[in-house]
Design a protein around this ligand. Structure first.
Ligand code: NAD
Length: 419
C-alpha cells in the first residue's frame, strides 16, 4: 500500500502547528525544506555504457544541528517522497532530543538489477553530485532502504577524495573499519526493545508479555531475539512469504536458523497464519516491522493487542489510527519507536568528531536511557494535552525545532544590534 508520505508529514506538522498555535512564518518554514538538491547521477554499466538516473539530497531543517537522515536506492524514489521523509527525520531527531536536524536522500534506481561494480560507480557518482551539500557540520547521510555500510564507506571515501581530507563524520552507518559505531546494526531493534520494556511498565502489562512481530528483517529479527532474551514470549512472526505461530512462545533462534536456511520463517515447524490472522492474534504487543501502510482501518479493527509499537516507518494508515484512537490501544509512533538507528548514528558522528570509539556496552546504555527519556517526554505531552502518543510526539518535535529556530533568530538579532 503506498502512502503519500509528503502529504502525511505535512498534515502531521500542520496538526502540531495548530496545537501549538504557531505563527504563520514558522509554519511556512516547517512546510518546505531548507535546502533541496536534485541531481543527475551518471554511472558506468558493466557493458561500458553510461547510464543516468535522478538523485536527491534534501535538508528539511538544520535548526537543531546538521541535517541527518538515510539514503534510499529504490525505483519509486521521488523528490516529494524524499522531502516527506526529511521532514519526518527533523521530527524524529527532535523527539529524541539529538543535536541534529533532519534530511534524507535517494536515487531513483533499482539496485537489485545492478552488479557490485555498477553499484559502486553509482554510489560514488551520487556522492560527487551531492558533495557540496553534505559534510559533518552540514548534512550527514546514513543508510536506508537498499543501502548499507558498504555504500556509506564508498561515500565517505569519495567525499575524502574531493575534500582532500579524511572526514568519517560525513556519513554514518559505516563499517567498523571505516569508523562505524558498535551497536549500529542492531540499533533500531535495541531502541524498539527499550521503548517496549518502558511501555509495558507504564501500562502495567506483564514482563512476559506476548509479542507478535510482522517482518523478520533487520529490525524485526533482532528485536525478536532481544525480547525473547528479556523473557517476553514472541508468539508469532512473519515475513513476505508467511507467518508462524506458537502460543507458548516461538524458539526465536530456531526460527532465525530456518530463515537463514530456506529464506523464510514460514518454513519453520509451527502453526502457520495468514497475514490477516497475524494482526488479529490475541497478544499484548504488536510490532509492525515490515513495510509502510501494513495496517489499514479494517485490519486495525481486528487488532487485539494492548500496545502497538511501530518499528517500521508509517505502518499504520490514518484510517487505522482513527479506528485505534476509539479503542484503548496505545500506539507508540514510528518517529519514536524506530529512532534507535538515528540515535546510534548520532553517537557514531560524535565518536568520529571526537576521534573516539565507544565500547558496545556504553553505546547500548546510552541508547536505552535516551529511548526511555524520549518515551517519557512524549507520554508527558500526551497526558498534558489529552492526545495520543503520535500527536504528542509531533507536538514535542515541532516545539523543539521551533525553539531552536527562535533561538537562532534571537542570536541573529543580537548580532545585528552588535554590528
Ligand atoms: P528489511 O528489508 O531487513 O526487512 C523487512 C522484512 O519485512 C523482511 O523480513 C520482509 O520479508 C518482511 N516483509 C515484507 N513484506 C511483508 C509482509 N507483507 N508481511 C510480513 N513481512 C513482510 O527491513 P528493515 O531494515 O528491517 O526495516 C523494516 C522497517 O523498519 C522499514 O519500515 C524501515 O523503514 C524501518 N526502519 C528500519 C531501520 C533500520 O535501521 N533497519 C531504522 C528505522 C526504521
Amino acid at each position: 500500500m503506498t502512502l503519500d508520505l509528503h502529504e502525511l508529514s505535512l498534515a502531521a506538522v500542520d496538526d502540531a502547528a495548530d496545537a501549538l498555535d504557531l505563527d504563520p512564518w514558522l509554519r511556512e518554514l516547517l512546510h518546505r525544506p531548507e535546502r533541496s538538491l536534485a541531481v543527475q547521477v551518471p554511472y558506468v554499466g558493466d557493458d561500458g555504457s553510461i547510464r543516468v538516473v535522478p538523485g536527491y539530497r534534501i535538508a528539511h531543517s538544520t535548526a537543531r544541528g546538521p541535517a541527518k537522515g538515510g539514503t534510499r536506492f529504490h525505483p519509486d524514489v521521488t523528490g516529494e517522497e524524499v522531502a516527506g521523509l526529511a521532514t519526518l527525520m527533523s521530527i524524529k531527531t527532535a523527539v529524541m532530543n539529538l543535536p541534529l536536524g533532519g534530511g534524507k536522500g535517494g536515487v531513483s534506481v533499482d539496485p537489485k538489477q545492478l552488479s557490485e561494480q555498477e553499484l559502486e560507480s553509482l554510489t560514488r557518482s551520487y556522492a560527487r553530485a551531492i558533495a557540496a551539500n553534505i559534510g559533518p557540520d552540514l548534512d550527514v547521510p546514513a543508510p536506508d532502504v537498499n543501502t548499507s555500510e558498504r555504500h556509506m564507506d564508498w561515500i565517505a571515501d569519495e567525499y575524502g577524495r574531493i575534500t582532500g581530507a579524511s572526514s568519517p563524520a560525513v556519513v554514518t552507518g559505516k563499517s567498523l573499519a571505516a569508523g562505524g559505531s558498535h551497536g549500529r546494526d542492531t540499533a533500531t531493534a535495541a531502541g524498539c526493545r527499550a521503548v517496549i520494556l518502558a511501555s509495558l511498565e507504564r501500562l502495567g502489562l506483564p514482563a512476559d508479555a506476548r509479542v507478535v512481530i510482522q517482518g523478520f528483517g533487520n529490525a524485526g529479527s533482532h528485536l525478536a531475539r532481544l525480547l525473547a532474551a528479556d523473557g517476553l514470549r514472541v508468539v508469532a512472526v512473519s515475513d513476505s512469504r508467511g507467518a508462524v505461530h506458537d502460543p507458548a512462545g516461538l524458539d526465536v533462534a530456531a526460527v532465525a536458523a530456518t530463515k537463514a536456511a530456506t529464506g523464510s520463517v514460514a518454513d519453520h515447524d509451527a502453526d502457520t497464519l495468514t497475514e490477516d490472522e497475524l494482526f488479529a492474534l490475541d497478544c499484548d504487543v504488536l510490532v509492525p516491522a515490515a513495510l509502510e501502510g501494513a495496517v489499514d482501518g479494517e485490519r486495525a479493527a481486528s487488532i487485539r493487542a494492548r500496545l502497538i509499537v511501530e518499528a517500521a516507518n508509517g505502518p499504520l494508515t490514518p484510517a487505522a489510527d482513527a479506528v485505534l484512537a476509539d479503542r484503548t490501544v496505545t500506539v507508540v509512533p514510528d518517529v519514536l519507536a524506530s529512532a534507535g538507528g538515528v540515535t546510534v548514528s548520532c553517537y557514531e558522528w560524535q565518536q568520529n568528531l571526537r576521534g573516539e570509539r565507544w565500547p558496545a556496552p556504553k553505546v547500548a546504555e546510552k541508547l536505552e536511557s535516551r529511548m526511555a527519556a524520549a518515551l517519557h517526554d512524549t507520554w508527558r505531552v500526551a497526558e498534558d494535552r489529552g492526545v495520543g502518543l503520535r500527536a504528542a510526539a509531533m507536538v514535542l518535535g515541532v516545539e523543539r525545532i521551533v525553539e531552536a529556530i527562535e533561538r537562532r533568530e534571537a542570536r541573529d538579532e543580537a548580532d545585528d544590534i552588535a554590528s
